[in-house]
Design a protein around this ligand. Structure first.
Ligand SMILES: Nc1c(NC[C@H](O)[C@H](O)[C@H](O)CO)[nH]c(=O)[nH]c1=O
Ligand SMILES: CC(=O)[C@@H](O)COP(=O)(O)O
Length: 170
């Protein structure tokens, strides 16, 4: 491409507005460690409302633990009723290798739901070494990761509106 041609071409940027108005959000939260996960839900709901989401456009589903999140996130994403799905929970390391299995499956499962369905599925599940680390990320000195996950959901939902359309999967 010549210098003249390159000078006249603009780089195209896709950047979504952070406006939750008219968007529909589902929150899937693990009930395990709900002293923590409920605070993540509160942070996410606060964020959505403060960015214009209507209360009636926010749905919350509780599941037994983080391991159950991907299955329900997939159902909600496939329903066609939501512009983004926010997954929240608290996987806290214990005395056995169980932490590795749960956290690995949740992160892999959540990522695969988004790729499979084309609906933004946000990973807001804490995977911490201690309760203290979890508390710090649920509304104390490290902020609220539920709020952060909701911000990502708002941006991704908006981005889906402005990206070039993807062909329907056959
Ligand atoms: N230890 C934690 C769990 N364990 C429970 C699993 O998520 C699952 O509900 C169970 O294995 C039944 O299928 N869940 C968390 O969310 N956080 C934990 O720290
Ligand atoms: C993440 C877990 O599954 C963990 O909290 C369970 O604790 P433990 O490994 O002591 O059974």
């Amino acid at each position: 491409m010549s210098t003249e041609q390159s000078a006249s071409t603009e780089i195209r940027h896709y950047e979504a507005q952070l406006n939750a108005g008219s968007k529909r959000f589902a929150i899937v939260s693990g009930r395990f460690n709900d002293l923590i996960s409920d605070r993540l839900v509160g942070g996410a709901v606060d964020c959505l409302l403060r960015h214009g989401a209507g209360k009636q456009e926010i749905s919350i589903v509780k599941v037994p633990g983080a391991f159950e999140i991907p299955l329900v996130a997939r159902r909600l994403a496939l329903s066609g009723k939501f512009d983004a799905v926010i997954t929240l929970g608290a996987v806290i390391r214990g005395a056995t290798p169980h932490f590795e299995y749960v956290s690995a499956e949740v992160s892999k499962g959540v990522a695969s739901v988004g790729l499979e369905t084309g609906v933004p599925v946000i990973f807001g599940v804490l995977t911490t070494n201690s309760i203290d680390e979890a508390v710090e990320r649920a509304g104390t000195k490290a902020g609220n990761k539920g709020w952060d996950a909701a911000m990502s959901a708002i941006e991704m939902a908006g981005l889906m509106d402005i990206l070039p359309p993807a062909p329907e999967k056959s």
